[in-house]
Design a protein. Structure first.
Length: 152
């Protein structure tokens, strides 16, 4: 496993990859895995795609991803990938999408454990009343990501 730290408009981001896919995109200091600090073609590709996203030039990501988590978490994260750029869904919407409408809190916990920020767009998930709720990078960052998407 390799990782590298890249500068972004949202601060330094650590991007990690195994031999075939991106495994983590997290703020610097949040990566807690055994890995060697070295850029790879995959980490560079993810950084380039994120740069295009931040510039408003990329709506979808093509870099391969492989997040590590439970089967439930992966089901939630896959549902998040279906939330289009510039749109939001509620935790209940995601719970319904995965076939368990009562799992709103569990969906929130899976969002909290999302290891591939932005590419798996957990920032697009909001509270039932339209309120911004929980984001590992803080609500200010979540708001800025949503604003970036609605103004691109």
């Amino acid at each position: 496993m390799l990782y590298y730290i890249y500068d972004t408009p949202f601060g330094k981001m650590t991007i990690a990859a195994d031999a075939t896919a991106i495994t983590h995109v997290l703020p610097e200091g949040k990566l807690n895995i055994d890995a060697r600090r070295e850029a790879s073609s995959l980490t560079d590709m993810a950084a380039a795609e994120l740069s295009e996203y931040f510039e408003g030039k990329r709506l979808d990501f093509s870099v391969p991803i492989n997040p590590c988590g439970t089967e439930f978490q992966k089901k939630v994260w896959n549902a998040l990938l279906n939330v289009p750029f510039g749109e939001t869904k509620t935790y209940k919407d995601i719970a319904v999408a995965i076939g368990n409408e009562k799992a709103c809190r569990a969906v929130g916990m899976a969002n909290n454990k999302n290891p591939i920020w932005i590419i798996i767009p957990c920032h697009r998930i909001i509270g039932a009343g339209g309120n911004l709720t929980g984001y590992g990078g803080g609500l200010d960052m979540k708001q800025k990501l949503l604003e970036l998407e609605t103004h691109s």
